[in-house]
Write a protein that binds this ligand. Structure first.
Ligand code: MG
Length: 383
């Protein structure tokens, strides 16, 4: 029996993780859950999975939830201290970090320090604090199991082969809903159009990030940390059908890839049961129906997200934090009809231009860089 804590249990990855728990309830036990403020969904999860503890990040939501679940034995914690308490719990073997944003960093560090394996779905953890996380995980002998489909595919393609023999990582991207368009065709894009992803059903923020290719840029940064590969050895390949989830090319020229339907359940389940592969009753890829697999080079001059991310890695230190923070705010402004699609790139670029990268930043310096970036954006573009 593996005992798990899910941070971000009411989101897209969180609920799909619970689907797997539901299916494998003899092997997986939910010890604790967390959410930002979705009280009703959390109440339903408490009644179904009877976790010992839950944490609501928002304290008002914690207060409401406590009233609602008075009749159960579940303890409701709140805030950052609550998240950290869940991660340090001696009854937990693995923490699934599926929260969105930089609030994922501190709890992940706490979990690693407490010796828990991590099923990692929170992008910010490695983008902003990769240097801290990977060192600490090695020191504590803790596994970081990637949940993102691309990183899971790379991880699966690495099984049985030495990392030193990697020539190149081939990180695939669908190209998003605007693939093939040029800059002037993106000026009047609305967020409603950007939310129509061709293959994947995901949260709103990551769907916008897919349309700008910022998501792919963040994934390049994560891959660098996860697999210890320099960015010039990470090649982004557009694969519009999202069937090849990523691949590794070795020094002998051989390419090992992982293929599957565009469904997050497999990468989540693989992380939960690694190194085992459990049965999964989901749709299979029909190679005959597929007929052919298409590849394209990414258009980095139109979709600047990727270019900005390579720049952030090159400048290093705290610069990826600024890229991420600026993007987070820009996407929020875009979703509120406050800015145009292409302004997302301008906001990121201007935020990066004014920041001087701090080498190997501490968590405090990372959070300061984030706060400073937010302040700058608010002063120029509003909240
Ligand atoms: Mg991905």
């Amino acid at each position: 029996m593996k005992r798990i804590c899910i941070l971000g249990s009411t989101g897209s990855i969180g609920t799909q993780t619970l689907d797997i728990v539901r299916h494998y309830n003899k092997d997986l036990e939910v010890i604790s859950l967390s959410a930002a403020s979705s009280v009703d969904r959390m109440e339903a999860q408490i009644r179904e999975f009877s976790p010992k503890k839950v944490c609501m990040y928002d304290s008002e939501s914690a207060h409401i939830l406590r009233e609602k679940i008075k009749d159960t034995d579940t303890v409701v914690l709140e805030g950052m201290d609550g998240l950290i308490e869940l991660c340090e719990d001696e009854n937990v073997d693995m923490v699934v970090t599926a929260v969105v944003g930089m609030i994922g960093i501190r709890p992940t560090i706490a979990a690693i320090n407490a010796g828990k394996d991590i099923a990692l779905a929170n992008k910010e953890t490695l983008v902003c604090a990769g240097h801290i996380i990977m060192d600490l995980a090695a020191k504590k002998n803790v596994k970081i199991l990637p949940v993102d489909s691309e990183h899971s595919a790379i991880f699966q393609s690495l099984q049985g082969f030495p990392k030193e023999r990697i020539e190149k990582i081939l990180l695939t991207a669908s190209g998003g809903p605007f693939r093939g368009r040029k800059r002037d065709e993106l000026v009047n894009i609305t967020w409603r159009e950007a939310l129509k992803h061709p293959n994947w059903t995901m949260g709103r923020k990551i769907t916008i990030d897919s349309s700008t290719l910022v998501n792919k840029g963040l994934e390049v940064i994560e891959a660098k940390w996860l697999f210890g590969v320099e960015p010039d050895k990470i090649q982004v390949v557009i694969q519009p059908q999202s069937i090849i989830h990523s691949a590794v090319q070795y020094v002998d020229g051989g390419i090992i890839a992982q293929l599957g339907t565009p469904d997050m359940k497999l990468p989540i389940q693989y992380a939960l049961f690694y190194p085992d592969r459990r049965e999964m009753d989901e749709e299979r890829v029909d190679l005959f129906k597929l007929g052919q697999i298409i590849f394209e080079e990414p258009d980095m001059d139109t979709f600047l997200g990727l270019k900005l991310a390579y720049r952030a890695i090159k400048e290093g230190g705290s610069m990826p934090t600024v890229l991420n923070a600026a993007n987070e705010k820009a996407v929020a402004l875009f979703l509120n009809d406050r800015i145009h699609f292409l302004d997302i790139y301008d906001i990121i670029e201007q935020s990066m231009d004014r920041h001087t990268a701090i080498e190997s930043p501490s968590v405090e310096q990372i959070l300061d860089a984030e706060a400073d970036c937010y302040e700058f954006i608010a002063s120029r573009w509003g909240n």
